[in-house]
Design a protein around this ligand. Sequence first.
Ligand SMILES: NC(=O)c1ccc[n+]([C@@H]2O[C@H](COP(=O)([O-])OP(=O)(O)OC[C@H]3O[C@@H](n4cnc5c(N)ncnc54)[C@H](O)[C@@H]3O)[C@@H](O)[C@H]2O)c1
Length: 255
Amino acid sequence: MQLDQKVAVITGADSGIGRGIAIEFAREGAAVVVNYAHAKDKAEEVRQAIEQNNGKAFVVQADVSQYQQAVGLIQQAVEHFGKIDIMVNNAGMEIHSAFLDVTEDQYDRVIGVDLKGPFFCAQAAAREMVKRKIAGRIINISSVHEDLPMPQNVPYCCAKGGIRMLMRTICLELAPYGITVNNIGPGAIDTPIDADVKADPQKWNALLAEIPLHRVGQPEEIGKLAVYLASDASSYITGSTFFIDGGLMRSTGAL
Ligand SMILES: NC(=O)c1ccc[n+]([C@@H]2O[C@H](COP(=O)([O-])OP(=O)(O)OC[C@H]3O[C@@H](n4cnc5c(N)ncnc54)[C@H](O)[C@@H]3O)[C@@H](O)[C@H]2O)c1
């Protein structure tokens, strides 16, 4: 198994992509810390799914936008499993609003979860890796919107653009310790985050028309890429974003 003996923390692992990554990691032998913010029942369901497959999971509540809770998440992970090898910053949210109408509260909430959270979770995880001389992995679940502008979603695009430079910058500072840092940039993935689009046939068909493979992705497809980036097989990869989008970035001409 590719992640045998590894300990992974995954934020927002009670739902969607985070859930998919948690299950794929456990299938590959990792002990998984399943973080959630509000939905304890969903996090417990992920734990049960992992344990039924003879995997190891530990559920931790933490709002990653709160500094003390982000640091506490890593501390609890280390206290429980003894170390951290893999940090996956997955938790995220969006608030759609025209730029002219975005409030300070909306801005703070999106930046808090989508950028401040990954920043301080990565910092706390890297400190533990350095202390234990672990050549660990930091993986951020970014988005095609770390490059591709999306009107009516400015704070989200700012956060994902920020996480791109967070990754590119800290990969340089952490390389001397053997820690790699990479981003996964999903396109449209079948999760609750875009439930409003799925519920509207016109929006849904417009979305599919933009995707060359003409379908949305599944959380386990992101999970399998995350397994590769977390495994020893990816040891020479750092400082890159891996788009997984059915060709969306090409069809929009964004890159
Ligand atoms: N689904 C897509 O099409 C898509 C595309 C590109 C990027 N992404 C990114 O993937 C990541 C996961 O999103 P998803 O699609 O699975 O959506 P989702 O709504 O199913 O999952 C989001 C997760 O983040 C957690 N979360 C939200 N606020 C939190 C907080 N303050 N503290 C801790 N956890 C918190 C939620 O509990 C949930 O588990 C996000 O970063 C999102 O931006 C998703």
